[in-house]
Write a protein that binds this ligand. Structure first.
Ligand SMILES: CCCCCCCCCCCC(=O)SCCNC(=O)CCNC(=O)[C@H](O)C(C)(C)COP(=O)(O)OP(=O)(O)OC[C@H]1O[C@@H](n2cnc3c(N)ncnc32)[C@H](O)[C@@H]1OP(=O)(O)O
Length: 166
């Protein structure tokens, strides 16, 4: 957001438990995404449990980074187009409709990964984000997220998070 906070820092508490980007999910990735000019950026260093084969990152983790950077970027871009005041109003809520990932090169462990997003389209309730994941100078994955505003029917379950998951 424009005040230096990550997009995900502005997610209301009832939707801040996502494994990839929820700041309240202590076991999760807690990805943080920001504007960088007209693009968006997030950085994350995978943990040992994110291993595929020793020395290389699990592809599902790479997909999670693309997924949550995509929905975060969609929330920021869609809200901006809708005239939401990022400083005082919650961002619009987006979920993933489509997640495409191409793995271009093995992703090394022990390196901070950079996820970049380009907003390809904002149309009605839909935002399309094109993304890359880089390890140093190497682009290791490309992705594309179609995010759609959360339907009114997709309301967060109530009660302690542990019981909501059953
Ligand atoms: C700040 C707080 C943050 C709060 C949010 C914080 C949570 C973080 C979430 C992290 C990411 C996740 O894991 S989210 C969890 C995984 N995702 C889900 O569970 C979503 C499950 N799917 C659904 O609920 C639904 O299918 C939706 C909402 C995605 C779409 O259904 P809908 O609402 O009926 O949408 P609909 O009108 O048909 O379509 C709207 C537009 O999107 C397009 N569209 C719809 N589905 C697709 C698709 N699979 N692939 C391509 N395009 C699609 C349509 O063509 C149309 O484009 P056009 O004709 O207008 O051009």
């Amino acid at each position: 957001m424009s005040d230096g906070r990550a997009f995900q820092d502005g997610y209301p508490e009832d939707v801040a438990h996502c494994y990839g980007c929820g700041r309240l999910n202590e076991a999760g990735i807690q990805l943080k995404s920001y504007w960088d000019g007209d693009e968006t950026v997030a950085r994350y260093t995978p943990r040992p449990e994110h291993t595929a084969i020793p020395g290389y990152v699990y592809g599902g983790l790479v997909a999670s980074l693309i997924d949550c950077h995509g929905t975060g970027s969609a929330a920021a871009a869609g809200s901006r187009v809708a005239g939401v005041d990022e400083a005082s109003e919650p961002l619009l809520r987006y979920v993933t409709a489509s997640l495409q990932v191409d793995y271009l090169a093995p992703t090394p462990m022990g390196v901070e990964l950079e996820v970049r997003g380009v907003i390809e389209q904002v149309k009605g309730r839909k935002v399309v984000v094109e993304e890359t994941v880089s390890a140093g100078d190497a682009v290791v994955a490309r992705g594309r997220v179609v995010a759609v505003q959360m339907p009114q029917t997709m309301t967060p379950a109530e009660g302690p998070v542990e019981t909501r998951l059953r």
